[in-house]
Design a protein around this ligand. Structure first.
Ligand code: ANZ
Ligand code: ZN
Length: 842
């Protein structure tokens, strides 16, 4: 055996270029016939340094890309940078460095780190969203959308983050607070650009059904976000206190069968009628003001404390004629349905609570089948109608049909579908983003920037310490002439939501430098992405926007693909234990050391409290620097470790011991697989077959994303080789070659280095993946145990599936036969093919 140790430092350095050399099989012009495989990991935000989450994410994709390449696919595996966004602007403020330099420096550094990991990436198609060649193309998309009515402008109440001084999308407001700043969000009216994602609500929902290879939970989250609700809208006459007809208010309901149980009508504080009456009612005004303030503080859905204000208005039930009070209420959403509801306390939780609080009459109209429905509210959609005029006695299903028919006949109501999904507000009052290519002219309005003036680039000389949007505050940038009439005009100083940037980058990889935004032919060839890999945190926003963008581009004829991502994989987090010093400071793992079974802070020697393993984060300092790990143990060890310990969809716990063990195993593989490590002797076919079977399972596991199971197969192979070596049985060079080709996907440096020690003709990176279909599940030679009265007395190496006659013949030639069988009477012979032959003798 070799005593030489594997030196990962020199091996990784020497093999880096070869390991990461990307081979493009086909291009759009080249009529390559091999099947395409587009493997994509969510592109990173260039924060400055890669973290362990990146290592896991990109290793997963890398293994897949390498394997698919070796299997002969025309692999596309690109990388880019989601490079616009607030952190760069904050860095500009704090460190006085321009967002552009900050971002480009970060990109350069992270690119080096990713390269060091040996990733098999097509760097020739690299892109960064902050470069004019990218955002200029994005401006062309925006203008196409404008032309086709997919982008439009409207005055809208927006979520205003008073700390970041910017408008936030609804999705960026979490529990009433800005997702980044954590500040209480305010409502503010601004002229904003919107994308008509709501027009696509139905197809985005339907499209989910075609996504067979997406995680169920992501599909559910998207479905919930789109929030399709089929109900009935009908109008209710509103009367003044002295019985005069004022107007009709329309309400949206999913429970129109409860219409006879209507005991009040509630309107949102933004409802036109409420606004109108608030003008002459200071109390109502005050009520609305309080509700608006509350609303800014919390999630509407979670309004805990229901508040109402009883107006002098009266609502008349269109079917029963009964007159009920009209309230302004904080729990009615202004932008859902029609911003008005009828309250039915007997059959709705919220209404029940409201009625209790304001002493409103409660009228039960559905009786549970089992008659035990005295507990109100009764919210099941089952039972028989009561207190509902001519509908009494009907089953709820019939009642729903008949009552809808009646509403339709009386022309007061009809079926109606609503969605929770709102149009996507894309204007941001920020500098570091894609400028919206529009010029506002006092006489012509919003005029698109002419094609030949694109891209509209960001000015470089900007003051980041000004209030609000630095782009708007620039002394000259916005002043220009109207392209239509030539009059003085101003540029739109808003930039696009960075989610816009990331919702089409996967198409741009096909033509990252082209002036035209999309190379349709290439996109059609490679999309949809065969495997998309990323974090679950993008389950709704990014993925929904990307799906919308693809459909919108399809609608305007730019591509012919509807769904961008065929398969989606969401990987788990990388976690680590947390450490706290005596005086309550979080400590980094490198600041602590284990001594005599106790963890202490290195600098002070004082004891440290260890907390549970949680997602690595800067705030808890439980981070491990990938650079350090790669330096110390090598990229292969890091790659191996992030894949080995748990299924990739689950969290993985980073431990020093785990990394040490992975490192030792690399050394072990080096010894076991090196030519010089092979003993003298004769190998058996059986061992070879066992190994090939393991490789077959390894392959199947990788295809199923069960990377940890694949790795378990390599451990198994190592054991098989170890025991063969103990018996002085070397492994066939051909088998070793197969192992190395398979390992090259996971630990490319080590695999290449060992491979070079053998005298194989073809370089490892040019070798095809073993044809797993050819490996039969049964070896052509097997060892059969020869037993006498159940005791093992010898073994027999014979062709697989041999007939009993043949096996008996072979046994006759063995020493065991003379010793234990020949002189006895054989009563019975039990033969289990490929396993045992047992002689029952007396
Ligand atoms: C009367 C009723 C009676 C209701 C009953 C429920 C139970 P989904 O399924 O989420 O669409 N609703 C309608 N518009 C609303 C708004 N702008 N703000 C708050 N609530 C609103 O829910 C539809 C139900 O939510 C509707 O059905 C309405 O209350 C309420 F026994 O109408 B229901
Ligand atoms: Zn003009």
């Amino acid at each position: 055996m070799t005593s030489e140790r594997y030196n990962h430092r020199t091996a990784e350095q020497e093999n880096l270029a070869a390991v990461s050399h990307f081979i493009k099989r086909g291009t759009s012009s080249n009529k390559d016939t091999s099947e395409t495989f587009y493997c994509l990991e969510m592109f990173p935000y260039p924060s400055g340094k890669i973290h362990m989450g990146h290592i896991r994410n990109y290793t997963l994709g890398d293994v897949l890309a390498r394997m698919k390449f070796a299997k002969g696919y025309d692999v596309l595996h690109p990388m880019g940078w989601d490079a616009f966004g607030l952190p760069a602007e904050n860095a500009a403020k704090e460190k006085n460095i321009h967002p552009q330099s900050w971002t480009l420096e970060n990109i350069a550094n992270m690119k080096m780190q990713l390269k060091r990991l040996g990733l098999y990436i097509d760097w020739s198609s690299e892109l960064a969203t902050c470069l004019p060649e990218y955002y200029g193309a994005e401006q062309r998309i925006f203008l196409e959308f404008l032309k086709h009515g997919i982008a439009y402008k409207k005055e809208a109440a927006v979520n205003w983050d008073p700390v970041d001084q910017t408008v936030l999308a609804n999705e960026q407001v979490i529990d009433g607070r800005g997702w980044r700043s954590g500040a209480l969000v305010e409502k503010k009216k601004l002229n904003q650009w919107f994308l008509k994602i709501s027009d696509f609500a139905d197809e985005l929902l339907e499209g989910l059904k075609t996504l067979k290879d997406w995680p169920e939970k992501v599909l559910l989250m998207q479905e919930k976000w789109i929030g399709k609700s089929i109900g009935v809208e009908f109008s209710i006459p509103i009367l003044s206190a002295d019985g005069e007809n004022i107007c009709d208010v329309s309400v949206f309901t999913t429970r129109h069968e409860t219409i006879f149980g209507m005991s009040y009508v509630a309107l949102s504080i933004e409802h036109d009628l409420i606004k109108k009456y608030a003008q002459d009612d200071p109390d109502l005004q005050a009520f609305c003001k309080i509700c608006a303030e509350d609303a800014a503080k919390a999630d509407y859905d979670a309004v805990a404390d229901k508040k109402g204000y009883r107006t002098a208005l009266i609502a008349r039930n269109p079917l029963s004629g009964e007159e009920v009070p009209v309230y302004a209420a904080n729990y009615v959403l202004s932008d859902y349905g029609s911003g008005a509801v009828f309250g039915c306390p007997a059959h709705d939780e919220r209404d029940y609570e409201f009625a209790q609080k304001y002493n409103i009459n409660i009228c039960q109209v559905i009786l549970a089948e089992d008659d035990k429905s005295d507990a109100l509210p009764y919210t099941e959609k089952a039972g028989k109608m009561i207190n509902s005029g001519s509908f009494d006695g009907l089953d709820i299903t019939d009642a729903r049909k008949k009552i809808l028919e009646t509403l339709q006949q009386q022309k007061v109501g009809s079926q109606k579908t609503t969605y929770r999904l709102r149009d996507w507000g894309v204007s941001r009052q920020r500098y570091w983003g894609c400028p919206i290519p529009v010029i506002n002219c006092p006489s012509c309005g919003a005029v698109p920037v002419p094609e030949d003036q694109l891209p509209v680039t960001l000015p470089e000389d900007v003051d980041f310490n000004c209030q609000g949007n630095p782009l708007a505050a620039h002394p000259t940038w916005k002043y220009t002439k109207c392209p239509d009439c030539g009059a003085d005009a101003e540029r739109d100083t808003d930039t696009l939501d960075t989610f816009f940037d990331s919702s089409w980058y996967f198409m741009r990889f096909l033509s990252p430098k082209a002036e035209h935004f999309i190379d349709r032919e290439a996109v059609n060839k490679y999309l949809p992405v065969d495997q998309y890999i990323g974090g679950i945190e993008h389950a709704v926003l990014h993925l929904l926007y990307a799906r919308f963008m693809t459909r919108a581009l399809c609608k305007i004829g730019a591509v012919d693909v509807q769904e961008p991502f065929k398969a989606l994989f969401t990987q788990g987090m990388v976690c680590h234990a947390t450490y706290k010093s005596e005086d309550g400071r979080w400590l980094e793992p490198v600041e602590c050391i284990k001594k005599d079974g106790q963890i202490i802070e290195i600098s002070s020697g004082r004891p440290v409290t260890m907390g549970p393993s949680i997602k690595m984060s800067k705030s808890k300092k439980n981070i491990v620097d990938p650079d350090e790990i790669i330096q110390r143990y090598g990229a292969d060890t890091a790659r191996w470790f992030v894949l080995s310990d748990s299924p990739p969809e689950k969290d993985v716990e980073w431990t020093e011991e785990g990394v040490e063990a992975a490192y030792k195993f690399m050394q072990k593989l080096w010894v076991l697989l090196s030519q010089s490590g092979q003993p003298e002797g004769t190998a058996t076919k059986e061992t070879s077959h066992k190994i090939m079977l393991c490789l077959k399972e390894y392959d199947a596991a990788l295809e199923k994303f069960a990377f940890n199971k694949a790795i378990a197969k390599i451990y198994e192979i190592a054991n098989i080789i170890s025991s063969a070596h103990k018996k002085n049985q070397p492994i066939d060079a051909g088998i070793i070659q197969n192992i190395l080709i398979c390992l090259y996907a996971i630990i490319p440096f080590l695999a290449m280095e060992i491979y070079k020690g053998w005298d194989y003709k073809t370089a490892i990176q040019d070798m095809s993946w073993p044809d797993m279909a050819k490996i039969s599940d049964v070896s052509d030679e097997v060892t059969v145990a020869v037993q006498v009265l159940g005791k093992l007395r010898g073994t027999l190496l014979i062709p697989a599936n041999s007939a009993q006659d043949f096996v008996e013949q072979q046994v006759h030639a063995l020493p065991v036969y003379d010793k234990y069988i020949r002189d006895k009477t054989v009563k019975k012979i039990i033969y289990v093919p490929n396993k045992i032959i047992n002689y029952v003798v007396i």
